[in-house]
Every structure is written in C-alpha cells, then in structure tokens.
Design a protein around this ligand. Structure first.
Ligand code: NAD
Length: 489
C-alpha cells in the first residue's frame, strides 16, 4: 500500500521546518523525525527534530515579539484569528485528511475535529475584545479600586497526539487573543497538522515571532530548558497525568503559572430508568469515537443490574458493526490505535481483566497488520479492583460493571483519582440533579455521549488537572490580574 497522489501532494505542502521568528528553519543539529501512518506503518514525512537550543531560540523569538503583540489592539488580534478561522474553513478537507493520515481517525471524525478545533479560533476571535476589568469605590470611600487584566507574557504550549488540531487551537487561540506570544510543541507522533496550521496563521499575516513551532523527539530535554527559563510566564500542557506531574515539579522552580489538561477515567452511568437506545448511542460516541483514544472517553460503564444484560447485548451489536480500517476508506467505522505499543497496552489490560473473570461479549483481540488495530471490544462482569477499571484504557474497549443502588453508582463513579468528565443516563429529573451534585468531575454529560464545545469551560478536578480551556474561562488562563488603588479622599 502507498499514499495516493492527493495524499502525496498534501503531505508535500506541509512545512517541514521549525517555525521560529516568522521563518521556517532547519533544526540546529540538522536532524529529522519521521512521521508514520498508524493505519499502514508507512512513512508519511520527515520534519525537523529540534534540540534544546532550538527550543530556546523559539522562546527568544516569542520574548522579542511579546511587547508589541501585547500592545496590538484587541480588535486586530481578533480579526487575525477570525481570518485564520475563515481560511481553515476553506482548507478543511485538506486538514481533515492530514489528521486522518497522521493520527488514524476515520475521515468523518477528522472533519468533526476540524469543525470543533476551528471553533476555538472563532470563539476567541470574539473574546479578544471582551476582556474587561472592574472599577469601584473602596469600602471606606477614600479611593477608587481599578482591576485590570494584562497578557501573562510568553507561553509554552504542549499538545498530545489524539486531537492534533483541536488541542492546538484550544491553546493557541486564547493565548493569541489575550495578547500572549507562544512556543508550541506538538506531539512527535502527529506534528503535521500543527505545522499546517502554522502555515495558515502565517498566510493570514500573523506578525513574526507571535507563534513559534518546535517539533522534536526530545520532548523532555527541550521542555526542561524552556520551562527553566525565567522569561517564560506560562505553561499550558495537555497530556498524561504522569508527564503533567513531572512538568508541575519543574514549574515550581520559577513559580510558573500552569494549566494542566490531564488524563481521565470517565464513568458512564446507566440507570434503570434510562432510555436504553439513547444510552447506547451515547456509549458509542463516548467510547468508540477516536477508537477510545480520548481523555473524555468513557472508561467504565456502570449499569443498573436490571438493564445490564440488555445494554451489553445492544452495545455489542452496534460495536460488532464497526469496521476497522484506514480512515480514508469509505465505510470504515474505527481507525487504528496510534502505535503498536498502544495495541500491546490495551491487549494487556483486556487479558488481565479476562484472567480475573471478565467475559468477552465481542472483540478482545488485536487485528492482524499492517497497521496498529485492535478489535472494538465489550467486556462484562469486570471484577472490582481490575487494572482496566483503574487505568485510562485509551482504546476501543467498553467495560461493564453492574450496580444496584444510586448510592453504589455514585461510590463506584467517584472511585478514581481522576475527575475529568462523567456521563449519566436517566430520565429522572431529580436523579439527574442529584448526580450533578454528587459526582466529582469537571464536566458532565446528562443523556449525551459528548460534551466538548468551544463555548464551554473544558477541564478536570482531582488528578485530571488544573484550569479550563474554552468558554469565558479559557482566555483568563492567559491573563494576569492587576489591582490599582487610586487615592481620592
Ligand atoms: P503524553 O503525556 O505522553 O504526551 C503529551 C505531550 O507531552 C506530547 O507533546 C509529548 O511529546 C510531551 N511530553 C512527553 N514527555 C514529556 C516530558 N518529560 N516533558 C515535556 N513534555 C513531554 O500524552 P499523550 O500520550 O500524547 O496523550 C494522551 C494523554 O493525554 C492521555 O492521558 C489523555 O487523557 C491526555 N489528554 C488529556 C486531554 C484533556 O484535555 N484533559 C485531552 C487530550 C488528551
């Protein structure tokens, strides 16, 4: 199998250098990193592999551009983001194809990511002009209190591979809207979409140095140097809780402001009064979109014992209809996992659950190569305490656990160190309200299987992270608050 001519032309159009100070440059050690198609294992493209020194050069450029960008009128910053949104719409088919090629998700899902990811450009284009402070008389009447907001300064943005466009725009758009300059480090497995996006932002006339991109296989070395630099004012990271902890320790040395979008272990609770068809629709979305490789993926299906068998049967029917394959092929319902290592990790969790008594209703095996595929899987009777219930599965495996009472459902749902999102299916209004109050989570979907929206604050509690992206809150991650007292009496 080879790439098609359209794919080859698209790949050739993606910049392959580091984007530093408005110029595309080679890595200083002249090394490159290889980007592969996870559905075929074929090499897609080679791009620059930055050294820590290159990372510092990117930060130099962001620092040099910082004062002028902060002083640029919010309307101008907003209009640049809006132009980028418009250009992205014109190029959306190319971006979707690029996402599918490097990350693997089926094309319709990639188109969905382009729509979602693009919205951050539009939303924060609109928010750029709505940043305001407060003004008021102090309590003893002797002065005026002025609270104003300023851009925090140069930011370092690190993104994961599972949503290569949306994870980038969710950080870049609010940072730029707020008046911050940025250095972006995309995941080494999927850097092409970010490089393409940088090309679009360059095309709409973003000033040099405002956006800098470094691609590297040395994420740890490059990041450590940048984070240690006192000129950096903010770190925003999306990725695993494990790496988030490392970065928070590094950030402590300079008391660096951080936002952390980390892992999840979402419960998906189905009560006996749920609309089961709706619950199965929601489950398909929450679990099998992106082949389960989402921080918001449902990890544990907690189902009332009176409906568990029926739910498992209906879910298994729908799951067995998902055809695995390369995401560019029509009719493919589920793409590959990102690497063979990811397939090994998922299989190991499934085998461990089965060895402790779980039953496979459908799936449960790797799919023969080429490519990194795992069968969409449903497991029932997963024993409490199984590793698969405690870890992010990050693969297309639904685990079903039964409960009998609402109290037990809440206890099981909250029995995790994570708290990113929870899904609840019930037709009972009062029960829905009780669950909103009881679940320890940053986000919740009531009778739906997906909650993400550029207009809403995305983020977690507990070890799922700190801070929010999107919504009214998103831009405040990139603003600092200054208070001034003006003596009047
Ligand atoms: P990861 O933590 O391995 O990598 C994320 C990013 O960090 C990548 O760019 C990687 O190159 C970089 N990185 C890795 N080690 C580093 C180090 N020592 N120092 C600095 N940077 C380093 O995660 P991943 O496998 O790319 O993504 C999957 C994880 O991301 C899952 O845990 C998922 O839940 C999480 N995620 C969270 C959200 C959210 O919004 N909460 C969204 C998507 C993904």
């Amino acid at each position: 199998m080879t790439v098609t001519r359209t794919e080859a032309e698209l790949l050739a159009s993606v910049p392959d250098g580091l984007f530093i100070g408005g110029r595309w440059v080679r890595a200083s050690a002249d090394r490159t990193l290889d980007v592969f198609d996870p559905a075929t294992g074929l090499l897609l493209k080679r791009v620059a592999d930055a050294t820590p020194d290159d990372g510092v050069s990117a930060l130099d450029a962001a620092v040099a551009a910082s004062a002028e960008w902060a002083a640029t009128a919010p309307r101008v910053r907003g209009e640049l983001l809006r132009s980028a949104f418009d250009l992205l719409q014109q190029r959306r088919d190319e971006v979707a194809l690029l996402i599918t090629l490097e990350m693997g998700k089926p094309l319709p899902e990639a188109a969905g990511e382009v729509a979602y990811g693009g919205e951050f450009l539009r939303w924060f284009a609109e928010e750029a002009v709505r940043v305001s402070g407060r003004y008021g008389t102090n309590p003893d009447g002797t002065g005026q209190m002025v609270v104003s907001r300023k851009p925090v300064g140069p930011c370092y943005l690190i993104t994961p591979w599972n949503f290569p466009l949306a994870m980038a725009t969710r950080k870049i758009a609010p940072a730029l809207a707020a008046g911050c300059t940025v250095v972006v480090k995309p995941a080494e497995l999927t850097p092409l979409t970010t490089l393409f996006l940088a090309g679009l932002l360059e095309e709409v006339g973003l000033p040099s140095g405002v956006l800098n991109i470094i691609t590297t296989t040395d994420a740890a070395g490059v990041s450590e140097r940048i984070i240690a630099d006192p000129r950096l004012r903010k770190l925003s990271f999306t990725g695993s809780t494990r790496v988030g902890r490392i970065l928070m320790k590094q950030a402590a040395d300079t008391v660096l402001r951080t936002s952390m979008e980390l892992g999840g272990n979402a419960p998906f609770v189905v009560f006996d009064d749920a609309d089961l068809d709706k619950a199965v629709d929601g489950a398909m979305l929450a679990k099998f979109r992106n082949a389960g490789q989402a921080c918001t993926a449902a990890n544990r299906f907690l189902v009332h014992s009176s409906v568990a068998a029926e739910f498992a049967r209906c879910l298994a029917v729908r799951v067995s209809e998902l055809r695995p394959g390369r995401g560019t092929e029509p009719g493919v319902g589920i793409g590959p996992l990102i690497t063979d290592g990811a397939v090994d990790a998922v299989d190991e969790l499934v085998q461990d659950a089965v060895s402790h008594g779980a039953a496979i209703v459908t799936g449960g095996r790797r799919v023969a190569g080429p490519g990194s595929f795992y069968e969409p899987t449903v497991l029932t009777g997963v024993p409490a305490g199984s590793r698969i219930l405690q870890h992010e599965i990050f693969g297309p495996v639904a685990t079903i656990v039964e409960f009998d009472t609402e109290t037990e459902a809440v206890r099981l749902a909250n029995d995790t160190e994570y708290g990113l999102v929870a899904y609840v299916h019930t037709e009972g209004l009062a029960r829905g309200q009780r669950m909103i109050a009881a679940l320890e989570t940053g986000m919740m979907g009531l009778n739906v299987g997906a909650v993400s929206d550029a207009a809403a604050p995305f983020g977690g509690v507990k070890q799922s992270g700190l801070g929010r992206e999107g919504g009214l809150e998103g831009i405040h991650e990139y603003l600092s608050t200054k208070y001034t007292l003006v003596q009047t009496g």
